[in-house]
Each structure stands twice: as C-alpha cells, then as structure tokens.
Write a protein that binds this ligand. Structure first.
Ligand code: PLP
Ligand code: SF4
Length: 358
C-alpha cells in the first residue's frame, strides 16, 4: 500500500464538489473555480484546517482561486523571466536561476502540495504559461562545472514531492561535488503535507554529512502549524536537517501586529527558525495580496523588535532580479556627534554610548 503522503496527493482537493466536503463555498469562490483557467489544489490535510463558514479564512484565501486574480493593474508582465534573469547572456539550463556569484536556485519540479494563490512563480507553477525544461541531471552537470557555486538552493514547485529515490540521487550527487558546501531545499510540505516527512525521506536526505541540508518552509499564518507539523519538524531535526521559515507578507492575512507576532513566536516554539519575510512580489494577478513596501519593516518594528526574542526575528526582504534587498526598520540611531551616539529602543526610550574616533 502506498504511503499516506502519496494518497494525500492522489486525493488532492481540486474540484468544487471536493471542496464542498470541507467548507461552505462562497459565490466568489465558486465563480472563480468555474471561470478561471488556473491550476488550483490543496492537500486534504491542509483543507481540513480551513474555516467552514468564513470566506476570509487565511487558509481559504491562500488556496482557493478568487476573481481578483483577473485584476492586474500593478503586476509586471513576464515577471519570472525578469526576476530569474532568464534573458541574460550567461547560458544556463532552464532549471538554474542565478542572481549571485556563489549560489543559485535550482528548479527541479513543477508540482506543489498546495497551489498558493499568491505564488510569485505563478506563471510557471499555477498558470503554466511559462514552460521550462526541468532536467535534474542537466542542472547537476552545470553545477559540477561551475566551481564558484558553493551553495545550492533546490526549489520548485515543491522539491519534496520527488520520490525518495530521486531525492537521494539529487542530494547524493550534490554532496559529491567538491565545491558544494551546503544544500537548501525550499518546501511548503512540512506545513501543508507534514506526512511527507517519513523515515524514507530522512534516510534519503538526512544524516551526518560534511554538506548539511537546510529546509526552508513557508508558513504565513499561525493556524497553519499543527501537532503534525511539530512532529515533522522534530523528525527533520533529529536527522540533522535544519528548519527555517520564509513567510510572505500577505494583505489581510498576516499584516497586522498581533498575527505577525503570534506567527513568529509560534514558529520558534515549533523549532522553526524565522529566516525571511518576503514582500509579496509584483508578479501578475496577485495585486490583492500586496501591501505597501514599508509595511513589513513597520511590522518588524512594532511586533517583533524588543517585543520578543531575537531568535524570532526574520529579515524582511524584497526579492528582485538583482538579489534580495533587505528593508529593515531604522529608528535606532537618533543622533550622533563627535562624542556620542543617542540610541532609541522599541519603547521610544533613549540611551547614550560614547562614540569612538576611526
Ligand atoms: C533567494 C535566492 C537565492 C538565495 O538567497 P539567500 O539570501 O542566500 O537565501 C539564491 N539564488 C536565487 C536566484 C534566489 O532567488
Ligand atoms: S508551494 Fe511555493 S511554488 Fe508552490 S504554489 Fe506555493 S509558493 Fe508557489
């Protein structure tokens, strides 16, 4: 008999009738499901976390199509080609996106455990008007030939949807490339399908190795974390895999002080280290999820800095074609003169420390 995660994928909720078994579908949701030509779907497990009656439920908004996706006033056309520098002169396989000298993003699969409505890779993963060739061995050869690449970020789609055998091949081959010092996997599965964290997976990618594996998951709202998530994260850590989070700042979902703080405290309690919060990128059809750019820095200032431990502080970044740009609050240095700095804390109190000449 197949494993539970495989059955969850086979039974992905992606029809109106299927969805009606979980919630009272709203008129807007119904219209969008019937009218929009877009891929959507959610694991039965994650669907069971949706609020039955509230269309404003943060889980519903992340997985169920909305007519608002047709509005595209502020999104950029051909977003992913721009963002991933696919039109530059360096010749690379389709699977390799590059913005930095020492690290690359390696796209290995196009399917996901849920199809996030706010996905910045929507053109590739959700709408599928951008076609890329996902040839894992071609990407591995490119990495082996490029000795400057010391850090490989495996992405998708959701890489943990590959079989244990394919993952083992991928990770083992990377570990054998002398210049690869670390491997990262971006996967929403610890959150949306924690059943994927099996003994087989642990064996395929875990263990004591010179080349460590980090998994960065995506959790955007406290309710997404369950006992199952906690167990899955513990299992990953027990075989040497570090777990971090990359949240997306989403309007009406996590852009208020209380939710933002609770999310980060809960992640840490679950042993997930908050790594990034991303500004929701200007990809087409996701205007309705976007806040002003400054919002994330304000939330870090008002919800996290000084209000909770430094371990719970992600970096707020705007991902662009020239790399990630940190956008952090900057209220700390109030004044500086020859003799001293005047510094402000989260409560607005000030203090002084002596300046030191260069
Ligand atoms: C995000 C990203 C990386 C990794 O960036 P870090 O800041 O090291 O996490 C690398 N390459 C591309 C193309 C990326 O988008
Ligand atoms: S899991 Fe990641 S790649 Fe897949 S739809 Fe969500 S954000 Fe996009």
């Amino acid at each position: 008999m197949s494993e539970e995660w495989v059955r969850q994928m086979q039974n992905q909720v992606n029809t109106l009738e299927g969805l009606e078994e979980y919630i009272n579908v709203s008129d807007d949701e119904k219209r969008a499901i019937e009218k929009l030509k877009t891929k959507w779907g959610v694991s039965p497990y994650f669907a069971s976390l949706m609020d039955k009656d509230d269309p404003g439920c943060p889980i519903r908004k992340q997985v169920i199509p909305s007519m608002q996706e047709q509005v595209n006033e502020f999104g950029m056309d051909n977003y992913l080609v721009w963002k991933e520098n696919r039109a530059t002169e360096e010749v690379r396989p389709d699977s390799i996106a590059r913005q930095y000298h020492d690290r690359i993003a390696f796209t290995v699969v196009q399917t996901c455990g849920i199809y996030c409505r706010h996905c910045f890779r929507k053109e590739l993963v959700v709408d599928q008007d951008l076609k890329l060739r996902m040839d894992i061995d071609e990407g591995l050869s490119w990495i082996a030939e490029h000795t400057e690449i010391r850090d490989v970020l495996i992405t998708g789609g959701d890489p943990l949807l590959l079989s244990d055998e394919k993952l083992e091949h991928l990770i083992t081959t990377l570990r054998e490339i002398p210049h690869v010092e670390m491997i990262r996997i971006g996967s929403r599965l610890p959150i949306v399908l924690p059943h994927r964290i099996t003994d087989g997976l642990k064996k395929a990618i875990g263990g004591f190795h010179k080349v460590p594996v980090w998994i960065n998951t995506q959790c955007n709202y406290p309710k997404e974390i369950t006992d199952r998530t906690e167990r899955a994260v513990y299992e990953l850590m027990s075989c040497g895999i570090n777990v971090g989070n990359q949240a997306v700042l989403l309007k009406g979902i996590n852009d208020d002080v209380d939710t933002f703080r609770e999310l980060h405290q809960k992640l840490l309690r679950t042993r997930i280290r908050p790594y990034y919060v991303f500004y929701c990128e200007p990809a087409p059809g996701i205007d309705h999820f976007r806040t002003p750019v400054e919002k994330g820095a304000e939330l870090i200032r008002d919800a996290l800095r000084g209000h909770t431990t430094g371990l719970a502080q992600p970096m707020y970044v705007l991902a662009t074609n020239i790399g990630k740009i940190p956008l952090m609050p900057d209220y700390y240095i109030v004044d500086k003169n020859e003799n001293e700095y005047v510094l402000r804390n989260h409560k607005g109190e000030t203090t002084k420390i002596p300046n030191i000449p260069e």
